[in-house]
Design a protein. Sequence first.
Lengths: 235, 330
Amino acid sequence: MAFLEIEDLHVHYGAIHALKGIHIQVEQGEIVTLIGSNGAGKTTTMNTAAGLLKPSQGKIIFQGEDITRFDAPQVVKRGICLSPEGRQVFPELSVLENLTLGAYLRPPKEREETIAVVYDLFPRIKERMHQPAGTLSGGEQQMLAVGRALMGKPKLLMLDEPSLGLAPIIIQEIFDLIVRINQLGTTILLVEQNAKMALRISHRGYVLETGRIVLSDRAEALLNSEQVRAAYLGG
Amino acid sequence: MNSIYQALAKRQGLVQILLLAAAAVFPLLVSNPYVIRLSILSGIFIILSLSLNLLTGFSGQISLGHIAFYGIGAYTAAILSKNFGLNFLLCMVAAIVVTALFGLLLGLPALKLGGYYLAIVTLGFSEIVRLVEINWMELTNGPLGINGIPKPALFGIKLSSPRAYYYMCLLLVVLTIVVIRNILESRIGYALGTIRGDENAAKFMGVNIFRYKIMAFMVSAGIAGLAGAFFAQYVTFIDPTSFASDQSTLVLIMVIFGGIGSLPGSVIGAVVLTLVPELLRSLMEYRMLIYGVVLVFMMLVRPEGLLGKINFKHIRQRCTAEPPDGKEGS
């Protein structure tokens, strides 16, 4: 049994059939990427796994436990944290308060230690810890969003479009950090439009197209696949 | 302006003690009953603004019907003390419990609704409460109101001098501030902040939205009910006109004027907007015009309100964190 197992998942938004029976497996210690164009169902997959959406059919099994019907706080408690698309940091709260909130369900004793780990990964947000999060740059807010998700000490970290709207040099920095977080022992499920960069740091990848998985393979193989090249990597 | 805020933030404890001392000495220096009455009225509006700010400012649940809770509290206290001879302290406790239950009731639709839709529901709720107050003759005596509400007394001593009322009101104001501040500085306060900020993001943090929204409604309603109970026992006569929806708007204006999400702002907003129409009384019918101009001017110059977006805690942390640059500031 895999670390995270998504089996035959169907999700509806009203009459719209957004996910049409997808299968995804993530093994412990991996970085797995979902790529696909707009509307393929990447974010829907993430949000369903995080407990925000309820599937109409199918199962989500995490470490052998069926979490399909869990709501978001229960999922967080099991060790799955999501850094959502578009960052969604709390702009009026300070950086430190945002991080503290990430550890909302953790014992307060651990907090100092986890904050130290996060500051070590992201020294730039440490400098700004008492500033309102809304005053940070886009890249810093993304780092804060990832740091906040790390505060929950996740076993599985889900990152939804961490490169969205960021300058190329910052994107590189974020991807380097994702690799470091993975090396520290966190399994990562990544959703990206920036397919080339995401596949370069991943072990395996899935290609989603209008709610179905059309391809899954080792990341290298996907990078070299004609089909993926033509559709997602710009020739 | 920034340096003023910094100075205030650094000396927060001192400022609070001085303000409290001034409020405590005030009725000993001023004996004019009209001034004392205005101070008590300001105090009641401070409590109402603070409770609405907890709900709307800190938790992001817009309420246009806050005065309904105030009314329910007032009627609960009036009926219990007049018809059942209950002691005034028990009346206040009962008013808190009853209004908190109504808060629970109004909190349930808020779980599904937000923004404008919730505003409409709260407005509807307050109209229903007002209509019940007018039409349920047996309980509320309808438009005639309830008069001769017993004045508070403790161990046979009447607490009905203006000064006694003033100190009682001051005590309730301080109590409200302490309760709300403790809530906001705890985990609950953070949870409420995330609900206001972004409900989905709050869920990713593992915040139980259901529990905290209901709690915000119950606590906020309970505090407004307490203000209502005090009001009933202070004026000894209540009728539905005191709890019409224009009063809800007035409290909301006080919160916005002082600054959404600022406790000191709510206190200042309530005091200023209670006093301005009184100070302008000599201008007769022009006074409400000037009141309106003051509000419009305020919104043009400082749309976030007097102290909106000024977080004294952050300012203080930045002040104390900056000098020993590079060292741990926490």
